[in-house]
Design a binder for this molecule. Structure first.
Ligand SMILES: Cc1ncc(C[n+]2csc(CCOP(=O)(O)OP(=O)(O)O)c2C)c(N)n1
Ligand code: SF4
Ligand SMILES: [Mg+2]
Length: 302
């Protein structure tokens, strides 16, 4: 029993209202799979949110016609967190799986959400050939310049000089410009935004999904845990502030034929110093997308 003098007079306490935390796109999340594996503040969450915003506001594709496919990596978990048809493919194999879906069921819109390592290391050949064929799919590539899930090994996107688990004295070889590769191989829509530019990113995803053919959206994201920490770039907020300061908005007409104008710059001790962003390509005079050509060829040869 509590002594009289130690009893608390609860009548004077203000009751805190019970707040039910709600996500803007709660119905589109697979609640059983949440909490996610993501570190707090990771840009992959922002990217998934931008995708959900895009399919709610910026495209009229019915949700039943969308399938989310991903490969392996932190980003690769995305297909498991959204409440749509989805498939978590083997490492680097999201695009071949999505190609099969698109060819067998052209009405479906495959959206690949995967990482820079998954799509541009082991998966690079598949990406190049899907772009060359102009297969109707949208690839959202989270470029965090690192292999996040496996503890921070260097990726083909890691800038020269950057420290990673496997380049403790600084990376020596040159990074890929992912948008450049997508365009050079035949992508007919290409955009890049940082996770700081949420609205522009969501709109670009919507436009990419509405586009008939191979669309590529590169998302510059913060892996503050494995990339930021080793390169003294601070936490999630500090990295996003850096993205805000160094992004250079560009239009298709600014780039012309010199796609190197979209190169990302990084300086040891400073971090990223230039990140061109925008819609880099929206080819209107584009080749017919692949499944239409298959159907035409079939009808012609019947
Ligand atoms: C065949 C195979 N090789 C290697 C691995 C190990 N592995 C898992 S994720 C990954 C890299 C993922 O990097 P990225 O796509 O950039 O994803 P992030 O975690 O950065 O989002 C690697 C090499 C694997 N799972 N399977
Ligand atoms: S390891 Fe990096 S990429 Fe993976 S969840 Fe954490 S911050 Fe994000
Ligand atoms: Mg990565």
């Amino acid at each position: 029993m509590v002594a009289k003098e130690l009893e608390i007079d609860t009548s004077t306490l203000v009751k805190k209202p019970k707040i039910k935390l709600q996500h803007t796109h709660e119905d589109l999340l697979r609640k059983k799979a949440i909490p996610t594996i993501y570190c707090p503040g990771c840009g992959i969450g922002t990217t998934i949110n931008a995708f959900l915003e895009a399919i709610t506001k910026y495209t009229i594709i019915p949700h039943n016609d969308i399938i989310v496919v991903s490969g392996i990596g932190c980003t690769g978990r995305a297909s498991g967190y959204v409440n749509l048809d989805g498939f978590h493919a083997l490492h680097g194999r999201a695009i071949p799986f999505a190609s099969g879906v698109e060819i067998a069921k052209p009405k479906m819109k495959p959206v690949i959400i995967s990482g820079d390592g998954d799509l541009f290391s082991i998966g690079l050949g598949h990406l190049a050939h899907a772009a060359r064929r102009n297969i109707d799919m949208t690839v959202i590539c989270v470029n965090n310049a690192i292999y996040g899930l496996t503890g921070g090994q260097d990726a083909p996107t890691t800038p020269v000089g950057a420290k990673t688990k496997t380049t403790p004295y600084g990376k020596i070889s040159f990074p890929f410009n992912l948008s450049h590769i997508a365009i050079a191989n035949g992508a007919t829509f290409c955009a890049r935004y940082t996770v700081y530019e949420f609205v522009q990113l969501a709109k670009a995803i919507g436009r990419g999904m509405t586009h008939q053919g191979f669309s590529f959206i590169e998302v510059i994201s913060n892996c503050h845990v494995n990339f930021g920490r080793r390169n003294n770039l601070g936490d999630s907020i500090a990295m996003r502030k850096m993205f805000k300061e160094v992004r250079v908005p560009m239009k298709e007409t600014d780039i012309g034929l010199d796609i190197h104008k979209t190169d990302i710059k990084f300086e040891v001790g400073k971090g990223f110093t230039r990140i061109p962003t925008g819609i880099f390509l929206n080819e209107r005079d584009k080749p017919e997308e692949f499944s239409e050509r298959i159907i035409d060829a079939y009808e012609f040869n019947k």
